[in-house]
Design a binder for this molecule. Sequence first.
Ligand code: ADP
Ligand code: MG
Length: 355
Amino acid sequence: SEPPKPKRIKALDPNVVNKIAAGEIIVAPMHALKELIENSVDAGSTSIEVLVKEGGLKLLQITDNGHGIDREDLPILCERFTTSKLKEFEDLSSIGTYGFRGEALASISHIAHLTVTTKTAGSSCAWRAHYGEGKLVPAKPGQPAAPKATAGRGGTQITVEDLFYNVPTRRRAFRSASEEYAKILDVVGRYAVHCSGVAFSCRKHGDSGVSISTPSAANTIDRIRQIHGSAVANELVNFEVSDSKLGFRASGLTTNANYHVKKTAVLLFINHRAVESTAIKRAIEQTYSAFLPKGGHPFVYLDLEIEPNRVDVNVHPTKREVNFLNEDEIIEMVCDEIRSKLAQVDSSRTFLTQS
Ligand code: ADP
Ligand code: MG
């Protein structure tokens, strides 16, 4: 008998492609929020307020006082690969910020209802626009899709409603709103520690108080105290190390040998973006094993700046992990510095108890 005929190959509908891409970038509400916070920080904001309903699945709203978005740019704001931060491929390796691919707002608009209200310093009013599938859409059926003039303060407010409303399998996979809210608090808390000069707040809709509230003038230790408590904040030592050949500069705050918890907490920023690194976490745990009782772990805030041309942020669509050159050497230098700081504190303590 004859072999079966192949089925014809056809291009997927662009909206299907965009929905798939969006689901790879925005896996949970925390990923949408991280992108939005980074945009607000990139816009030079000194105040960032977050409001959350049902773990971010019903509502994620972020209000900043940054430079705003020009009225003329609103029609293409949510198209894929539209950005004010990148022009050439080479820029990928040379720009300081790395929320640069113009994919975040586009992605969100494909899997949620998105509203943007924004005012620049040069505009006499604010403009409000609604988005769906990358394009401007009317607020209500029958109305024009064009941005509408409205009252508003300088800056941008982004409202994300009904995340994953058109991805029912993903939507159903979320079982607990409080679990998602905890992850959101983790993201906001990380940026609140890192971004000196920026006031952060995070509130759950319906709650009278705020979960996170950090004034803009707070220093890093105060920020850690507000978010992680005095037990951590009172036992911090600072460290700093750099090497021009390896093209990096690292600084941070790390707990001394008086403090330990069940799980290592690493607040890692590489070029001002919160990222994860199993290699760094493992090396830090290894370093502390000589100072802490068995099963005890540290809290570490590490601010790592690496020459952008040595960093590859394109290893993962969510940009959660990054690769950089001389990773092993850099990690070793950071851990050596932490080790010597811990040894200093340890010996001064021994000295104190002896005298
Ligand atoms: P990217 O950040 O990679 O450029 P996004 O989709 O996150 O892509 O944002 C697209 C563009 O929209 C940004 O380049 C920026 O110009 C503008 N933008 C987004 N959020 C804000 C904001 N909060 N304030 C000012 N401009 C913003
Ligand atoms: Mg962005």
